[in-house]
Write a protein that binds this ligand. Structure first.
Ligand code: PLP
Length: 380
């Protein structure tokens, strides 16, 4: 049996998405900026995809800028807001558990003279709201806070935090919640999403920028995307991204209910069948796409490769952020987990395509893998 439980890293592309991408690569391959009918067909595909992505986020279609990925959306929002606001202040606030797409952008802005502040989280990865409130002042020009954490699945109180923003612009990285949960939009100025986490093509993303918000463009050139992101649009993949957005959005509540059942079944099986485990994901305020568990006294990386031999695919942390060996998860570290808990952590991440039958197979192989490790030590 093949079981893919690494859906927070990337997802299997839906067949309908692939068919759409192929159509705009092979037949309707025009440049959306061209004036002839091939160009107009491509432009219509862009417009359609923009409507689909905007509807799935919950913003107006004039508020969506297509980017090459979630990382570019994060960079565009954060740099764009920092450069637009630099005359008013230098303080930029985020949390310690953001994706590197956000944290590295903050680091690079620090080198340019901006003053970053990192908000702490509790054991379940929930941000400290009092600390956030006390840090926001007249110098603050940007707050960037993720909606769902990619390693723990924690749902952050984004709209509550955005209500505190004062004069600052508020950005949320909604890459992990897009297509699964309702996206927080109240008082939120900018929202990043990505295509390949929702069964869409890799190399697609979008940044929603509210129509009253002005940020500096990140990539300049021919003026595409309302001058906010120049470069000939990746029309085939954007059209496919639109299809994925519509499909996941229209089945969102059924999909999340299904993921919750599958996740709960796996979690119960682990708690009942394996000793010395710690569930790292929150008990409440979690997104059902992620379950993070520490198998104490083991090494997550070894368990991962042992499961792989049975065609089961999981992750130790955030696979898409790096493949650096032996780097300790900054998220689990910020949540205050011990070295043993971090070392033995596995992230299972689900999609609508997973089944209960698959979980029985995973539980069987997982018990074997953990048992063997504990009996023999690292046996690879
Ligand atoms: N933000 C979060 C929370 C993510 O989990 C990821 C990818 O894992 C990204 C941003 C980056 O998205 P992309 O892979 O589309 O660049």
């Amino acid at each position: 049996m093949f079981v893919y439980l690494d859906n927070s890293s990337t997802t299997k592309q839906y067949r309908e998405v692939t068919d759409t991408v192929v159509r705009y690569m092979s037949e309707d391959f025009g440049n959306p900026s061209s004036l002839h009918h091939l160009g107009i067909t491509a432009e219509k595909a862009m417009k359609n995809a923009r409507n689909q992505v905007a509807a799935a986020i919950g913003v107006g279609d004039n508020e969506v800028i297509f980017t090459s990925c979630g990382t570019e959306a994060d960079n565009t929002a954060i740099r764009g807001a920092a450069y637009a606001g630099r005359r008013r202040g230098k303080k930029i606030i985020t949390s310690r558990i953001e994706h590197p797409a956000v944290l590295e952008t903050f680091k690079s802005l620090e080198e340019e003279g901006f003053i970053p502040v990192y908000i702490d989280v509790d054991k379940e990865g929930m941000i400290n709201m009092e600390q956030l409130e006390s840090e926001i002042d007249d110098e603050t020009i940007l707050i960037s806070l993720m909606h769902v954490n990619n390693e723990l699945g924690t749902i952050e109180p984004v709209e509550e935090a955005a209500a505190l923003k004062g004069e600052a612009l508020f950005h949320t990285d909604a890459v992990q919640s897009f297509g699964k949960l309702e996206i927080p939009t109240k008082n939120v100025d900018m929202i990043s999403v990505s295509g390949h986490k929702i069964h869409g093509p890799k190399g697609t993303g979008a940044l929603a920028v509210k129509s009253n918000v002005h940020i500096k463009p990140f990539i300049v050139g021919g003026g595409q995307e309302k001058n906010m992101r120049s470069g000939t649009e990746n029309t085939p993949c954007i059209a496919g991204f639109g299809v994925a957005a519509e499909m996941t959005h229209s089945h969102r509540s059924a999909n999340i209910t299904h993921m919750d059942e599958v996740r709960d079944y796996l979690m119960r099986g682990i708690i009942d069948g394996i000793d010395d485990v710690r569930i790292n994901s929150p008990k409440e305020h979690y997104c059902a796409s992620v379950l993070n568990v520490s198998f104490l006294g083991t090494r997550g990386e070894v368990i991962l490769h042992t499961l792989e031999q049975s065609d089961i695919y999981v992750s130790t942390g955030s696979a898409c952020s790096s493949n650096k060996k032996n780097s300790k998860s900054h998220v689990l570290t910020a949540a205050g987990l011990s070295d043993e808990e971090i070392e033995g952590a596995i992230r299972f991440s689900f999609s609508d395509l997973n089944t209960i039958e698959e979980m029985d197979y995973v539980l069987d192989r997982l018990k074997d893998a953990v048992g063997s490790f504990r009996r023999l030590g690292s046996f690879r």
